[in-house]
Design a protein around this ligand. Structure first.
Ligand SMILES: *[C@@H]1O[C@H](CO)[C@@H](O)[C@H](O)[C@H]1NC(C)=O
Ligand SMILES: *[C@@H]1O[C@H](CO)[C@@H](O)[C@H](O)[C@H]1NC(C)=O
Length: 423
């Protein structure tokens, strides 16, 4: 006997012979299920804000203290793995000491913030003033570019969607510098005792990091070197405005996943094609995330493509989301992301500062930095917050996005016997 299985999860286990009352209850539950699962988040590509409104959709586990935290020294290493691989630790510049000099070892560094005047005037003062206060203690150049009125940008970038125009604008100004740190306007400095060079990887042209709550390569903040390859990368990224699929696609952040994959691994034609297909099927955030998973699996564990891209792990970049630790910070932290408000102490947000900045106070040592002392915590405490948060992020990762692309889509059927021709 052949038994048909229904694919609707709510009614799959519907018992035979139940009363109509039970049936009505199940239908009600199905409706609630559907409405909870349907996307409530959107990216407003045409709004006047350049900042991504995506927030994690879960509560962190309440039993905070029970989360087991691995300290680096507790990681058990396999003898065989250690012996066969003679790994050298990545060389990184040491942390800035006592607000001392930031030697220009990688040449001229420019901080680039794209904005729209109307929203820049209403929001982001805390973040932007912290950035200005920081910049008074170093020798970097600040470029505040108004995407609507900037002459060079309007000449070189005809893009109508701000998310995309921003990357074209960055490309347009890249030629004036050696390295550029592109920042969202809601990224602020929490600990000025760092140099940007600490995160520059001279082996790559672009440095990206992954968004903490969903493992997506983040598009808002990145480091880029003035090279032809990087300039082309940025321009092409911007030009995706004209090619992007018309469904729920994650705007420039969605584009970035496949753009990185295609740029660093062009020979992975089949994987690129499959991820593109998954991308076109997105109907909301949860299904869009299946595409992010697809690209991430194709990129694998590689973190550096020499001369191209360095991909930093979550919370290993110069910036992380502030809400991961309730805006608390430790000496490792440099910048926090997500400070949209104009003032400290409004709308229930305190910020790590007990008063607004007076940028004229800044410049020497820690003068001008009025921290709330209880926001400055140990590395252990931050690691606990991150471990707690990542548990929640994993547990609440959308079901629709837990895919194995080669199992669901195959990787031979469409191209055999030529699937390996471009390796
Ligand atoms: C900025 O440049 C000046 C002049 O080259 C130098 O003396 C100073 O130490 C630099 N400051 C920092 C923070 O690097
Ligand atoms: C935002 O804050 C700045 C500086 O504190 C102030 O000049 C501006 O008027 C504020 N704007 C709004 C809309 O609150």
């Amino acid at each position: 006997m052949i038994r048909l299985r229904t694919s609707v999860p709510c009614v799959r286990h519907f018992p035979a012979g139940s009363t109509p009352l039970l049936l009505a209850l199940l239908v009600l539950l199905c409706i609630i299920y559907v409405f909870n699962v349907l996307p409530s988040r959107t990216l407003s590509a045409n709004s006047d804000s350049l900042e991504d409104e995506r927030q994690p959709n879960f509560q962190a586990p309440a039993n905070f203290a029970n989360v087991r935290v691995h300290k680096p020294q507790e990681i058990i290493e396999d003898e065989h793995v250690r012996k066969t691989e003679n790994l050298k630790e990545t060389k990184r510049l040491p942390q800035r000491v006592a607000m001392g000099p930031c030697p220009p070892v990688y040449g001229k560094v420019t901080v680039f913030v794209a904005m729209i005047k109307s929203s820049y005037e209403r929001f982001y003062h805390v973040a932007q003033d912290s950035l200005k206060c920081y910049l008074k203690s170093v020798n970097y150049t600040l470029l505040l570019v108004d995407l609507d009125s900037d002459e060079r940008v309007n000449k070189e970038c005809g893009h109508t969607q701000l998310f995309f125009k921003k990357h074209c604008a960055a490309a347009a100004y890249l030629r004036d510098t050696d390295w550029m740190l592109v920042l969202d306007a809601d990224t602020g400095v929490v600990n000025p005792n760092h140099c940007i060079e600490e995160w520059i990887d001279p082996r790559a042209d672009l440095v990206f990091y992954e968004r903490f709550f969903n493992w997506e390569i983040a598009s808002g903040n990145y480091l880029v070197k003035n090279t032809p390859w990087a300039t082309k990368f940025l321009k092409k990224w911007a030009d995706w405005q004209y090619e992007q699929p018309s469904n729920w696609n994650g705007a420039d952040n969605g584009v970035l996943q496949i753009h990185v994959l295609q740029s660093v691994m062009p020979e992975a034609r089949n994987e690129i094609k499959i991820c593109d297909q998954v991308w076109h099927k997105g109907t909301g955030y949860d299904t869009y995330m299946a595409y992010v998973t697809c690209c991430k699996l194709a990129l694998g564990a590689t973190r550096l493509w020499p001369g191209k891209v360095r991909l930093l792990r979550r919370a290993h970049g110069w910036v992380r989301d502030g809400y991961l630790s309730g805006d608390k910070w430790c000496q490792r932290d440099f910048m926090l992301h997500g400070w949209k408000l104009n003032q400290t102490e409004i709308q229930g947000w305190q910020s790590p500062y007990k008063q607004m900045f007076k940028v004229e106070e800044c410049g020497s040592g820690e003068s001008g930095w009025h921290w709330r002392e209880d926001y400055r915590v140990s590395e252990d405490e931050i690691r606990k917050s991150l471990a707690n948060f990542e548990k929640g992020a994993g547990a609440n990762f959308p079901k629709e996005a837990r895919i194995h692309p080669y199992l669901s889509e195959g990787d031979i059927g469409d191209c055999w016997p030529h699937c390996d021709d471009f390796v």
